[in-house]
Design a protein around this ligand. Sequence first.
Ligand code: ADP
Length: 303
Amino acid sequence: MTTNPTPLISPVASSKHPGGAPANVACAISKLGGKSAFIGKVGDDEFGHMLVDILKKNGVNSEGVCYDPHARTALAFVTLKKNGEREFMFYRNPSADMLLKESELNMGLLKQAKVFHYGSISLISEPCRSAHLTAMKAAREAGILLSYDPNVRLPLWPSSNAARDGIKSIWKDADFIKVSDDEVAFLTQGDPEKEDVVLSLWHDRLKLLVVTDGEKGCRYFAKGFKGRVPGFSVKAVDTTGAGDAFVGSFLLSVAKDTSIFDKEEKLREALAFANACGAICTTQKGAIPALPSTSDALALVKS
Ligand code: ADP
């Protein structure tokens, strides 16, 4: 007689999704009808080709992507909790993106941009740190607006202090910064609900600081005015990419009309639209597949 042995490994539901913050932002812009391009490096492997394919399918210019024949594409393992919140683990050994060199930057493509958006991960080590700083300098010299989302993913940094120092080293170069409430708490080691804590992050060059706070929406701090734009109530199943959908939508509004930094009414309209984009992105699994169209986001704003 045989018995059914208890399995040693219980099955875990998992699925494979291309993404990563900068790719998500580029796809968000494109899906909303804007023009975007991605500069970076992937491995010449299944995951690298999968990412480039999804960029192309979403209409993102991928001429700035190069392939590393020896390194693997970066992988993130995202664990979803019941409320759609996430925990991250990463494969970076080092991964191809960390090996992007200055000489591999597609400067022609970069200089066509109205807005150059970047994160922090490439600051962690060389050679991508130098490539990152060179790209920022070139963008600045070409008069392009700089947009920064620190996207703090602590497991990637050697320590919390290294993360804070790395982020603060490029913080002062940005014209626009989007941070989450959690990131404000991490960067300032203070209470993000307190305005003076948030404002301790302000710097002279900055035109706008936006603090996102999940379903509550966002707060904004501009030169001369500040306020809150409430979020939308949706059934969230996966919050991956919500911040990127928010940023992509907002950057498209900026590219269309930079006066939004000075005109509060226009700014609030753009932030409400960005909140709708972030909210819609939480209603499906994955980041890129969940990015909204303009009509879906407008429908939610008007609901
Ligand atoms: P990040 O993804 O960068 O951590 P947030 O979680 O604050 O940023 O999400 C960015 C934006 O997406 C929020 O400001 C909000 O507009 C929207 N959003 C995120 N989570 C939800 C949610 N559960 N319900 C509705 N909107 C959400």
